[in-house]
Ligand binder design. Sequence first.
Ligand SMILES: Nc1nc2c(ncn2[C@@H]2O[C@H](COP(=O)(O)OP(=O)(O)OP(=O)(O)O)[C@@H](O)[C@H]2O)c(=O)[nH]1
Length: 485
Amino acid sequence: MIFQATEVNRAYASKLSDTTEVFLAASRQQLEYTANILSDKMADDVFLSDEANRLKYQTDSFNSVVISDASGLTQAASPETLNLVGKQLNSAGSLEALEAKRALISKPYISTIKNLLIFISAPIFDDQHHYLGFLGGSIYLRKPNILSKILGEHYYEDGSYIYVIDKYNQILYHPQKERIGTFVNNNDGLDEIISKKEGGLLLKNGQGIEMLAGYAIIPSTDWIIITQSPLESTLLPLTGIMEKVILRTLPMTLAVFLFIWLFARAISRPLQQLAERAKSLDSPTVSEDIEKINSWYVESLSLKRAMLSGVKLIHNQIGELRRDADTDPLTGVNNRRAFQFKLKQLALLETPFVILALDIDYFKRINDNYGHGVGDDVLKQHTQILNRFSRDGDLVARTGGEEFVLLLKDTSSADAFITAERLRSAIAEETFGIVGHITASIGIAAWSADSITIEKTLSLADQALYEAKGQGRNRCIIATPEMAS
Ligand SMILES: Nc1nc2c(ncn2[C@@H]2O[C@H](COP(=O)(O)OP(=O)(O)OP(=O)(O)O)[C@@H](O)[C@H]2O)c(=O)[nH]1
């Protein structure tokens, strides 16, 4: 738009320059033609007066016309109201014409009768080329004149205007009449305008308003015609266009944003849910929770699958670690840790139980006599017997080297004693390879919610076992209250 407006102004300035040039050329021709006619009529006052009037009124080119003799004495003038006939002309234009004796267009100057004008003149010569005087037409710059007719009848509503300066920056035409005759200053584009013959540019005028200016020189006078329009008014339609564009595209823009937002949410949703689940990978339900997530696009599906297999791996490893942590590696039964955990569980549930604390008699001798490997085999075989005596809910544990525990749930001390005796007999009857027969001693202690603490029960079972050892081994002893003390 800026380029276009500047270009329009340039083309318009160029057109006006051509028009003004044509006018000036026509005016000069008119004057020169009449000056020729006057060469043998300088003594005919009536003829001179008629010619002055004809020039003044026939074409409207000049505000006034004068005919002077070679000494500067006015021979005829139009309009006659000027009262110049017979008077000596001493204005700048007249003196210049008298001195130059050739066709001239003067600089603007203030005339004898206080008009700011330019003076266009043609010399009058006789047949022998003797200088007889001049014929001149004035254009009153501050009054309605031919220039204002050519340049002035244009639109100014949007702040656009045209002005004309001469090569000395003096204003010859301006829509504000008071500025005619003054000099242009504070105009940052003027240097460029003066240095080129035609063009367009963005400049700040004297009031600091940004203007898009086009300019063109009038070759015969070096006057410059400048047409300019405010940048703001040029861009005003753009604001309207932008508003329309924004208003028209707003619903679409909003719809697009809404779609992007919903789409982004739909994309991020499964990722967020997966991230949330990743925080609780140890949860027993994590696999089912991950399965439920709607991974609707391929990348999130891959992520979901990767997480599921990761969770499976972790859970398997956790299970294995748990089993390892709770199991005695030699015999495969529970270790002391698992045994104690079971005790706590039963206590929490207030489930009564009986502990059979069992210790193989003289086990050291087996190791000593047959070696450690045989001792291990005995331990394993012995464990199998214990397992046979363990019902659902009961627990077999290896609590030390050759020490074991059989925990009997919901059992009375009497029943537990019977079981212990049968167990002891089973061990005694079993043949343990090259070792042959072995025996074991068993201490028995019962726990119920309303009785002693678990620690005390364990201690009593140990006491009873100690007692069984003390009484000669290969026997079962039920703990008595006295043992507690
Ligand atoms: N082979 C084998 N021996 C073990 C293991 N753990 C402990 N022992 C042995 O078991 C023996 C236990 O000996 P003691 O505590 O003196 O008991 P004991 O010889 O059975 O005598 P009493 O219990 O008094 O009848 C020690 O020699 C330990 O080295 C094991 O895992 N394998």
